[in-house]
Design a protein around this ligand. Structure first.
Ligand code: ZN
Length: 636
C-alpha cells in the first residue's frame, strides 16, 4: 500500500492557533467572499462572477464581466464552502451551495461544455485558444470543487456535472493534441479519478502532462491571431514557451521558470501522478524542481515567484526584497506540491516546507480579521515608493478588500478550511504526523489525539485513544536541534530517518508520546549570492519568521541594524496584536540621519530598542514600512 492522506472528515483540528482561523473561515471569510462574488460588499472591487453564470444561463440580461477565468472564483469558493460544511454543518450555507451548483448546472451545454465566458461572449471560439483562454483551468477548479463537495460534504450534484464536463474534455483531447495554457486541469482530473474511480480521468491528466513540452512550438502553431484581444488582461506571447513551462518535456525540467503558479500547479499534479502510477522519472523531475525552488529561488518566508513581470520565477538567487512578487497563490501552491510529494515518500523537507508556508508566506496573504487580502507578499516595503513608483506599483503596504484578479483570497480560504488534509498520512504499518497542529484523527490504526502548544511553545502530546500495533512517525521540524521524547513518561531515543522519529510498538489505549524542545530565537543568513540580503539577518522562532514594522521602532528602518552578538528575547504581543502572539525585542543601533546625501564619514550611531513581530501579522495595525532582512552590525 502506498502512502495515502487521511480523509478530511477523519481529522478534526483542535488547536489554539488554527481552530480560531478555521472558525474565521466558516464564520467570516467564506460568507464574506460569497457576498463579494454576489457584488454585495460596498466599495469592494466588482466581481460579477455569479452574475456571469446567470447571464450564461439566460436568467438575467447583461454581459460577461471580468477576467476570462472569472468562473474559477466561484469554483474555488464552492470548494472552500465544501470544507466549511465539513467543519461546521450549516443548513443555510448548504442550501446556497446547492442553489449555486444548480445554477452552474444550468450553464452546462448539452455536450458537457461549461464556461460562462465562451457561452456568453464567443460561443464560436470554444477550445480554439488554449494558450490564453483558461477553459481547462476553470474546468480543473470546478472538478476540484466537485470532488470536495462529494468527499467533504456528501454532495454529488456538482460531481455529476463535472463527470459530463470531464467526459466532454476527454472526448475531445483523447483524439486531438492539446495542452492547457495554465495548468490546473491535471489536478482536477486526478481528483475526479479518485472521486469516481474512473481511470479515464487519470489517463487524461497524464496525457496533458506528457504532451507538455514535447513540441516547444505547440502554442505558436495552435494559437490563433487575434489583434486587439488580450484574454488574460495582459499579453501572453505564443512563442514564450518558458512562461508556461511548455519548452521542455515535464520529465526533463531542471529548474523552476516562468509563471510561478502555473509551474507549481503542474508540479503538484506531477507529484500526484507519480504517486498514482509509480512513475520514477516523473518523481525525479519533481524532486529536482523542489530542490531548485527551496534551495535557490524561495524567499525566507516561503514566498516564490520573484518577478512581477509575468508573476514568475527568474534565475537562481534573484530574490529582491522590496519589489519581489511572491503571489499568495504561489505559496498556497507550494503547500499543494509539498503535500503531493508526501504521497510519494515521507521526507521531513516536504513537511518543513508546508509548515513554512502555512505560518508565513501563505498566512500573510490574509488580514487577521479575514476580510482583506494580499496578492503580493514583499519582504520589504517603503510607503514612499510602494504602489507609486514604476517597478513598485504591485507592492502594497496594506491589504485590499478584493482584487480584480481574485485568484488569491479563495485559494487561501480553501487551504485553511481544508488544513486537516495536510496533518497526517499513513501506509500499511505507519501513521505519519507531519505538522504539530492539535487535532483528533481517525487513522486506520485507530483514533489519535494530538495536543500541541506550537508554534509559540515547543511541546506536543500524542494520546492513543484506541491503540494497536503500528509505528507512529513524528516529523521533527528542521529547527529542532535538541528535544526530549517520552512514551508514557519514559524517555526514549529513537533514530530520526528523513526528518521523522519512528515510535514502533503495540500501543495501548491511553498511551501517550510527548515531545518537548526549546524554541530559541534563530538568526538566519542568506547565501551571499542573494544580493538583497547581503550583510543582513532575518529572525525566526520555531516556524515563525519575524519582521520589523517601522511603527514599532524609534527610527526609519533603513537606519537600523542589529548587532551580531546581542541576545534577542521573546516578549508578549505588542499593543494592537492578539495577546497569544510572541514578539521579539533586541538592543539595536540606529544611525543618525543628516541632510547631506553623501559624506566622508560613517553616520553617527546610538543604541536603540528594536521590536519584531510575526511576518504573517504585518500591516494589521496600520499601513507602514516593513522589512524582514535587517542589517547586521558586528559590534554595538
Ligand atoms: Zn493568486
Amino acid at each position: 500500500m502506498s502512502i495515502r492522506e487521511i480523509p478530511l472528515r477523519s481529522v478534526k483540528i483542535t488547536d489554539a492557533f488554527w481552530s480560531p482561523r478555521q472558525k474565521l473561515m466558516t464564520d467570516v471569510t467564506i460568507p464574506y467572499m460569497e457576498k463579494i462574488l454576489r457584488d454585495e460588499v460596498p466599495g469592494a472591487e466588482k466581481s460579477h462572477a455569479i452574475d456571469n453564470f446567470r447571464v450564461a444561463a439566460g436568467e438575467i440580461n447583461g454581459d460577461y464581466y471580468g477576467m476570462v477565468f472569472q468562473d474559477s472564483d466561484v469554483a474555488k469558493w464552492l470548494e472552500a464552502a465544501a470544507y466549511s460544511l465539513a467543519l461546521k454543518p450549516d443548513g443555510a450555507l448548504s442550501r446556497r451551495v446547492d442553489d449555486m451548483v444548480a445554477l452552474v448546472g444550468r450553464c452546462q451545454q448539452p455536450d458537457g461544455y461549461l464556461n460562462t465566458y465562451f457561452t456568453v461572449k464567443e460561443p464560436e471560439n470554444k477550445w480554439k485558444n488554449l494558450l490564453e483562454c483558461h477553459e481547462l483551468y476553470c474546468a480543473g477548479h470546478l472538478m476540484e470543487a466537485a470532488a470536495a463537495l462529494y468527499e467533504a460534504a456528501g454532495k454529488d450534484e456538482l460531481l455529476q456535472i463535472c463527470i459530463r464536463l470531464a467526459d466532454h474534455i476527454c472526448d475531445r483531447f483523447e483524439k486531438e493534441d492539446g495542452i492547457p495554457g495554465h495548468q490546473e486541469i491535471e489536478i482536477g482530473l486526478l481528483r475526479m479519478h479518485r472521486a469516481t474511480g474512473s481511470v479515464r480521468y487519470r489517463d487524461m491528466a497524464l496525457r496533458f502532462l506528457n504532451l507538455r513540452g514535447r513540441d516547444p512550438a505547440w502554442f505558436k502553431k495552435h494559437t490563433p491571431a487575434h489583434p486587439g484581444v488580450c484574454y488574460g488582461g495582459y499579453r501572453i506571447l505564443p512563442e514564450d514557451s518558458v512562461y508556461n513551462q511548455s519548452d521542455v518535456s515535464v520529465r526533463e525540467q531542471t529548474v523552476a521558470r516562468g509563471h510561478a503558479v502555473r509551474q507549481l500547479y503542474m508540479l503538484a499534479a506531477m507529484a500526484d501522478a507519480a504517486a498514482e502510477t509509480g512513475d520514477r522519472e516523473m518523481l525525479d523531475a519533481c524532486q529536482r524542481l523542489f530542490d531548485n525552488i527551496t534551495q535557490k529561488q524561495m524567499y525566507v518566508t516561503g514566498a516564490v515567484g520573484a518577478s512581477a513581470h509575468h508573476e514568475a520565477f527568474t534565475v537562481d538567487y534573484d530574490l529582491p526584497n522590496d519589489r519581489g512578487y511572491g503571489e499568495t497563490c504561489a505559496s498556497v501552491a507550494m503547500m499543494f506540491f509539498a503535500h503531493q510529494m508526501l504521497k510519494n515518500r515521507p521526507d521531513g523537507r516536504y513537511a518543513d516546507l508546508m509548515e513554512l508556508e502555512i505560518y508565513n508566506a501563505a498566512l500573510a496573504g490574509m488580514q487577521l480579521d479575514g476580510k482583506r487580502f494580499f496578492y503580493v507578499n514583499p519582504l520589504e516595503v517603503d510607503e514612499s515608493v510602494s504602489g507609486k513608483v514604476y517597478g513598485y506599483e504591485h507592492v502594497l503596504p496594506w491589504r485590499p478588500q478584493w482584487h480584480s484578479c481574485a485568484c488569491c483570497p479563495p485559494n487561501l480560504a480553501r487551504l485553511i478550511s481544508s488544513l486537516g488534509r495536510y496533518l497526517w498520512s499513513e501506509d500499511e504499518h505507519t501513521v505519519y504526523s507531519h505538522l504539530l497542529i492539535g487535532n483528533e484523527a481517525d487513522t486506520r490504526f485507530g483514533r489519535i489525539r494530538l495536543e500541541s502548544r506550537c508554534p509559540w511553545q515547543g511541546h506536543a502530546e500524542y494520546m492513543m485513544l484506541d491503540g494497536g500495533d503500528f509505528s507512529l512517525a513524528i516529523h521533527m521540524p528542521h529547527y529542532v536541534s535538541d528535544y526530549s521524547l517520552t512514551v508514557n513518561g519514559k524517555k526514549v531515543v529513537p533514530a530520526i530517518r528523513n526528518g521523522y522519529v519512528y515510535l514502533d510498538r503495540f500501543w495501548q489505549p491511553g498511551d501517550m508520546a510527548a515531545i518537548s524542545f526549546d524554541l530559541p530565537v534563530r538568526r538566519i543568513y542568506a547565501n551571499p549570492s542573494v544580493r538583497s540580503c547581503a550583510g543582513k539577518v532575518a529572525l525566526a522562532r520555531g516556524p515563525i519568521i519575524y519582521c520589523f514594522e517601522e511603527a514599532d521602532q524609534s527610527a526609519p528602518l533603513s537606519s537600523l541594524s542589529l548587532p551580531r552578538d546581542l541576545k534577542i528575547e521573546p516578549i508578549p504581543a505588542l499593543p494592537g496584536l492578539p495577546e497569544e502572539m510572541i514578539c521579539l525585542k533586541a538592543q539595536g543601533k540606529r544611525e543618525i540621519l543628516s541632510d547631506s546625501l553623501y559624506g566622508d564619514f560613517p553616520p553617527a550611531a546610538e543604541s536603540c530598542s528594536l521590536r519584531a513581530i510575526p511576518y504573517f501579522a504585518w500591516a494589521n495595525r496600520k499601513a507602514g514600512n516593513m522589512l524582514v532582512w535587517i542589517r547586521e552590525s558586528i559590534c554595538l
